[in-house]
Design a protein around this ligand. Structure first.
Ligand SMILES: Cc1cc2nc3c(=O)[nH]c(=O)nc-3n(C[C@H](O)[C@H](O)[C@H](O)COP(=O)(O)OP(=O)(O)OC[C@H]3O[C@@H](n4cnc5c(N)ncnc54)[C@H](O)[C@@H]3O)c2cc1C
Length: 372
């Protein structure tokens, strides 16, 4: 039996950040992931400066052999309408490729890595958990993303209807060499276009020589239709001038909503998408994954080996004070209000102030919230 103090299931940004902070605090950690890294993750790959700061990323070192795309401008608008350009004049966020970013974070975290092995089981004993019948850990952290097996086994989310899922489709591909100079999408300027019903948005983002296109929507209705409408619009306005060489990939995740408290047994924590922490307005999930991993590590380090303390409750308090309680889904406020919201949003979308100060600064860049 291999033993450790903490076993983390999932080596994405939540798991690797938590592992690194725990190693810094002298805790013995194993990270178990079903994938062998580098692995792909369906994602636009947009990160904010707060992440760079929290992770103490050195962009120069990172960029030596990986894609690192500074963003200085944004085009934002509604599908089917011309966008508004907002120019910040200097980098306000960055584009990365998840296959590179996640592998970089995991490789430097300092934990023992068990890659290519899926979580299969966990059974409690007097001093913690036996995972997969061959690892003994005093504490287990579920960091396995939206389909995290630890979360599903120990704390299935209640079907209240208050907690809809975001469904998204994305494709990322290398631009053919002869099309790189003529690609109409600038590397410094991601483009974001909202669906007419405001239930989601599409993006087209260039990162170095890669183009990333996708669309995400809250709730399960109309994803394929809206994606098709978005692609047609991009083509008609000459934003998309190349053939997409591969199929879109889909994924799902929860936004931070008014979900009830998690009911977890002692010696178990959840972080990142396993808990459903992504920002409700933008769907950004990397920062909450990293920050929840960091906060979990602090809660654990403070417990000084006594993991029978109510650690999940402490982590929940920390996350609420960091991210708030979350908002209720718009659909729960009543059907009559939807057309009103759409009308108000379309009026606001006509003002540059709204695009910059609310949509970008507040909802997408979170400039009001300093790094951890
Ligand atoms: C289309 C799309 C675009 C997005 N774009 C952005 C964006 O631009 N910026 C942003 O901030 N957020 C974005 N997000 C959200 C972001 O991708 C997630 O919130 C983030 O990846 C969560 O990190 P995590 O570490 O919690 O989980 P993940 O990154 O999902 O990592 C979970 C890990 O657990 C492992 N795992 C899963 N099951 C098992 C198992 N049974 N056994 C062992 N290991 C297992 C997986 O292999 C994986 O490595 C996007 C999401 C989607 C779907």
């Amino acid at each position: 039996m291999e033993t450790c103090s903490v076993l983390i299931v999932g080596g994405g940004p939540a798991g690797s950040t938590c592992a690194r902070r725990l190693r810094d605090a002298g805790v013995d950690v194993i990270v178990l992931d079903k994938a062998v890294f580098p692995r792909d993750k369906v994602c636009a790959g947009w990160i904010t400066p707060a992440i760079v700061q929290s992770l103490q990323l050195d962009p120069v070192d990172y960029a030596t052999s990986r894609v690192w795309q500074p963003f200085t401008q944004f085009k934002t608008g509604m599908i089917g309408r011309p966008p508004t350009l907002t120019d910040y004049g200097s980098p306000v966020s960055f584009g990365i490729r998840r296959c590179e970013f996640d592998a970089y974070l995991l490789n430097r975290c300092g934990a023992r890595l068990q890659l290519g092995e899926a979580f299969q089981s966990m059974e409690a004993d007097a001093e913690g958990w036996v995972v997969n019948g061959r690892y003994h850990a005093q504490l287990v952290i579920g960091a396995g993303g939206h389909f995290c097996p630890v979360a599903r086994q120990l704390s299935p989310r209640p079907e209240t209807g208050d907690d809809p899922v975001v469904l998204a489709q994305e494709v990322e591909f290398l631009l053919p060499e002869h099309q790189r100079a003529n690609c109409p999408v600038s590397g410094t300027c991601p483009e974001l276009y909202f669906c007419p019903d405001l239930a989601g948005y599409g993006w087209i983002v260039r990162k170095g020589d890669y183009l990333n296109i996708g669309l995400g929507r809250e709730g399960e209705r109309n994803l394929a239709t809206q994606l098709e409408a978005f692609l047609t619009d991009l083509r008609q306005r000459s934003r998309l001038t190349v053939e997409i060489p591969q199929a879109f990939k889909g994924h799902a995740y929860h936004l931070r909503r008014h979900a009830p408290s998690l009911k977890l047994p002692p010696r178990v924590l959840l972080i990142g998408d396993a808990w459903g922490l992504a920002y409700p307005q933008s769907g950004e999930g990397i920062r909450p994954a990293i920050e929840s991993g960091w906060l979990a590590a602090e809660v654990i380090a403070t417990a000084r080996g006594d993991y029978n303390q109510p650690l999940a409750q402490r982590l929940e308090e920390q996350c609420i004070s960091r991210f708030g309680h979350g908002s209720r889904p718009a659909t729960r406020t009543g059907h009559w209000i939807a057309p009103l919201r759409q009308w108000a949003a379309s009026q606001l979308m006509k003002t540059r102030w709204f695009h910059r100060r609310v949509l970008l600064d507040r909802w997408f860049l979170h400039t009001q919230q300093p790094a951890l």
